[in-house]
Design a protein around this ligand. Sequence first.
Ligand code: SAM
Length: 385
Amino acid sequence: MTRWENYLFSAEEITGSYDGTLPLHHYLKGFFKQHPYMGSRDRRQISQLVYAYYRLGYLWKGKKGTSERVLTGTFLCEQQSTELLRFFRPDLDDKAGLPVADKLDLLGVNNLAEIFPFAGELSPGIDIPSFIQSFFAQPHLFIRTRNNRQLAITRLLDKAGISYEVTGDDTIALPNSTKIDTIIADKGWYEIQDASSQQVGQLFTPAPGELWWDACAASGGKSILLMDKQPGVKLMVSDVRASILQNLHQRFKEAGIRHYESIVLDLTAPVADSAIGKRRFDHIILDAPCSGSGTWARTPENLSFFQAGKIEEFQQLQQRIARNVAQLLKPGGTMTYITCSVFRKENEDVVSYIEKETGLKTLEGGVIAGYGQRADSMFAVKMTK
Ligand SMILES: C[S@@+](CC[C@H](N)C(=O)[O-])C[C@H]1O[C@@H](n2cnc3c(N)ncnc32)[C@H](O)[C@@H]1O
């Protein structure tokens, strides 16, 4: 067998045994551990084939064989000729430089719902063709530069020969494979944070002395953004997972944030006075658990394994959490409801529910369509009591 045939064979073996239970990158790690004779180039090429396959979503599922789908996915993802595609499908390789829309035409795909069957669930602000076509490109790695270090960082990137684009005052887009921690030693200079997540920060207008609560803080990405804007706020962070708050403590330490309070809270139940006393908050960040569908260009295996019924499960969870969280907002304060979902039921419909159930009113915000700049897509709405 040639090298290319071996690669295709391995990709077929992986897609045949992977069941979506683990994230795909974990599964691939396990697979390569069991095949230690594969070198780093082999691992990279096989992983690319597997990812290209999952980027097809539902296209030709059950209708065409795995190898044909792997090669079709590869054709849609590659922007220039590759040896592998030239070996198997020179007809497609000749056309590798075409835009994705033209490639789909060439393949006779004129209904994008063949790829993404959830198109009817999308928030109105999402451009359906652009969103679906974005699955065929790996999103960028974005960093948010801190403490006026942008120039110093771009110098180091230049020195390391990394291609990058400065896309905002504090935002740099990098190739996804960049090992940024090997280039910039001081972790206090930057945060890895998607461009859309950074954009959410425009809804935060903190003033010194205000009491802020990051209710679903995870490892603290939004909180660090907030504290960089205004180090003088009084911050409380919470999450249902104690383990993720441990990650937050480490990340805060590296970011130089020392003064904050943290607490483990399950927000599906009302917050007891015994946990936080009679305190009420000037501002709340509610970055709710969600389907993550705005990030599926990074984890395209979800296109095949996500179950439609999950959308409503998330919606119910978001509604319960939002109702309990809104109780702790001071009159005149704001709550910013955030998801990294593109589904209306998790976004606009939850905002309508919050308005109806808690009396909060929408001030500004909506869909953040990241697919246009190879970033995640999100939803963020600022509401007031
Ligand atoms: C989208 S993530 C938050 C991301 C984070 N704000 C950031 O910027 O990195 C949602 C978080 O909600 C937490 N969560 C899920 N269910 C919860 C619950 N019932 N109560 C509190 N937090 C919950 C999850 O553990 C997860 O860390």
